[in-house]
Design a protein around this ligand. Structure first.
Ligand code: M6R
Length: 609
């Protein structure tokens, strides 16, 4: 995720900004930049790649003189990593500079308006649109111009703004993206993350949604969106630096689990316009959607598990024969692929060697390829015919959580769009699914608010030597993911089975007290999975059941523990059922004292076959 730092005071700004950006490096980024005011003008320095490139370019800040400035580490969302696309962005006149975290959802509309007013653009970013919009409204009062601009902007943002016409102020504004003001001895700061300023001060104030702060070297004023002055209390931070990077969470995995409502919302809203799913900027044009004869979904680990969800959904809702294939197997199966096959490759990193090799193989066989990728500009994103980005931001914990959830969201969008284009879903059902999709982030929040129950369940079972997961259909796909999450971070032996398969062998492993997690969210198959639950209960297993609220009573009657998720559309249950399994795995690993963010023998990105 991008990082912001800003300073106004008596010291040289550039070294302070570079230090702050270095503290933000852990968030992941692909380019960095600073803008500093000096002698009537804003000087900008930007560099792609590691921060050391920017440090070299500016001689550790010595070449960019001035006591007010803003800095940014960029994680590309709109446009490739490049100096043009990296922040800070300048307005057309060069008098206003901006840094931005978040996404301006209506940037295309604003861009068109500004183009018609004669504005021109140098980058592909949504951020440049924001700074040009501020310039459009600027009539001598920077605060007013920022306020008018953010009033027109939809989406999430934290902005830092400076202007050569106002060298005594730094403006900060936020909506759904964190931003703080910090009070130092030589001046004041803004930052997206406390880490960036902890070296200088522990006195901060948190901006709330809609707040605008005018930061000067000797004081800060806060305004609401009507420009009425408001008060924001100062807080004292007593975290150490590493704590701060995790924003108070004990592990990145937990932080990333809690980011899921936001990333799912961002990923969905990027492709929903005026009440319709819009994938027109991908290869999934209506004409092509009607031509597809077969779909192969390829990935590794959790990405493959999203593929299994995709197989069930696409076959049910589009009637296109679909297979989910492990990338490492794909190349060696002599795949049946031709130019009527759509190959969907899924990868958080966009660098997984097996997935990349499978993509190349599919292309060489004539398939059209669509990548679902999190890292902009990654190898898979570049090599596929078309890309849909998951807007999950950088994922640091080895065990994927938020990227997995964002990939599921993309799978729902593709399924619903294809189903609609092929005339297989009524207008009413389309509207119903879409409306429920948009409710999923709120429902994930509801599940997260029950974390104590999962903590308790983990404390009951963390000593088990083996844990099984069972489910049918979509619940089987979720079982695969729940089992992987558990084994990779807790080192407990675990396997996932389709419920009906148990009695074909695995049931011999069930002993008294063995924990079986039964995922039972598919209403139509509820009775079937409960039959499997009875089979293991007859062998004295303990059963933890994950089901929808509406099935609580039926599940409680036959299992030892029940965790309920909110009721939802049958297509969307995976997004809610995955959350308790992530939290359960997390707390089991915590109770066992495991190195949760960096499990043994595993790497975040597997770039070798
Ligand atoms: O970067 P990718 O999505 O291609 O990575 C695929 C797998 O290596 C990954 O999902 C892995 O299974 C995770 N550690 C699971 O949590």
């Amino acid at each position: 995720m991008c990082g912001i730092v800003g300073y106004i005071g008596r010291e040289e700004a550039a070294p302070i900004l570079l230090y702050g950006l270095e503290r933000l490096e852990y968030r992941g980024y692909d380019s960095a930049g600073i803008a500093v005011y000096d002698k009537g003008k804003l000087n900008v320095a930007k560099a792609v790649g590691k921060l050391k490139n920017l440090c070299e370019l500016t001689d550790n800040g010595a070449k960019v003189s001035g006591c007010i400035g803003i800095g940014h580490t960029r994680w590309a969302t709109h446009g490739q990593p490049s100096t043009d696309n990296s922040h800070p962005h300048l307005s057309g006149s060069g008098k206003i500079a901006i840094v931005h975290n978040g996404i301006v959802e209506n940037y295309m509309k604003i861009r068109e308006m500004l183009l018609s007013e004669g504005f021109t653009f140098k980058s592909e970013t949504d951020t440049e649109v924001a700074v040009q919009l501020i310039e459009y409204y600027y009539k001598g009062n920077l605060l007013e111009a920022v306020s008018k601009a953010v009033d027109k902007i939809e989406g999430s943002y934290a902005f830092g703004v400076i202007s050569s016409d106002h060298p005594d102020e730094l403006i900060a504004v936020r909506k759904e993206s964190p931003l703080i003001v910090a009070y130092g001895e030589t001046g004041n700061f803004i930052a997206s993350d406390i880490t960036a300023v902890l070296k200088y001060t522990r006195n901060v104030a948190y901006l709330e949604d809609g707040d605008i702060a005018v930061v000067k070297k000797d004081g800060v004023k806060f305004y609401n969106s009507y420009l009425k002055e408001i008060q924001r209390e100062k807080a004292y931070i007593d975290w150490d630096v590493e704590d701060a990077q995790r924003e108070g969470y004990q592990h990145f995995m937990l932080k990333e689990i809690y980011e899921q409502p936001k990333v799912v919302k961002n990923t969905l809203s990027a492709h929903i316009k005026d009440g319709r799913i819009d994938l027109s900027d991908t290869l999934l044009t209506p004409e092509y959607c009607r031509e597809i004869k077969r779909i192969s979904i390829i990935g590794c680990g959790s990405a493959y598990h999203v593929g299994v969800v995709g197989k069930y959904l696409l076959e049910k809702y589009t009637r296109i024969p679909t297979e989910a294939v492990l990338a490492s197997e794909f190349r060696y199966t002599d795949p049946i692929i031709d130019n009527h096959t759509l190959v969907i490759v899924i990868s958080q990193s966009g660098e997984t060697a097996d997935t990349r090799a499978a993509l190349r193989e599919a292309k060489s066989l004539g398939a059209r390829t669509l990548a679902i990728v999190n890292v902009v500009g990654s190898s898979i994103a570049k090599e596929a015919d078309s890309v849909i980005y998951t807007l999950a931001g950088p994922e640091i914990a080895v065990a994927t959580t938020k990227a997995y959830s964002a990939q599921l969201a993309v799978m729902y969008l593709i399924t619903t769009a294809l189903s609609s284009t092929r005339g297989l879903i009524s207008a009413a059902e389309y509207d119903e699914v879409l409306a429920e999709m948009l409710r999923i982030p709120g429902k994930i929040e509801t599940v997260l608010s029950d974390r104590e129950q999962l903590q308790h369940l983990a404390s009951m079972y963390f000593n088990n030597s083996s844990i099984f997961f069972i489910g049918r259909n979509l619940d089987y796909a979720i079982s695969l993911e729940g089992s992987l999450k558990l084994k990779e971070i807790s080192y407990i032996h675990s396997e996932a089975y389709a419920g009906g398969e148990l009695k074909h062998g695995t049931i011999s492993l069930i002993e008294p007290e063995t924990l079986v997690v039964a995922v039972a969210t598919c209403e139509k198959l509820f009775d079937k999975i409960i039959s499997n639950v009875k089979e293991v209960k007859a062998r004295e297993a303990n059963v933890l059941c994950i089901t929808q609220n509406k099935s609580f009573n039926a599940a409680s009657a036959v299992t030892d523990n029940v965790f309920t998720i909110p009721n939802t559309h049958e297509m969307l249950t995976p997004s809610l059922a995955a959350i308790p399994l992530q939290l359960f795995a997390y707390y089991v690993a915590l109770d066992r004292g495991c190195d949760i963010d960096k499990p043994r023998n595993l790497a975040k990105s597997v770039t070798v076959e």
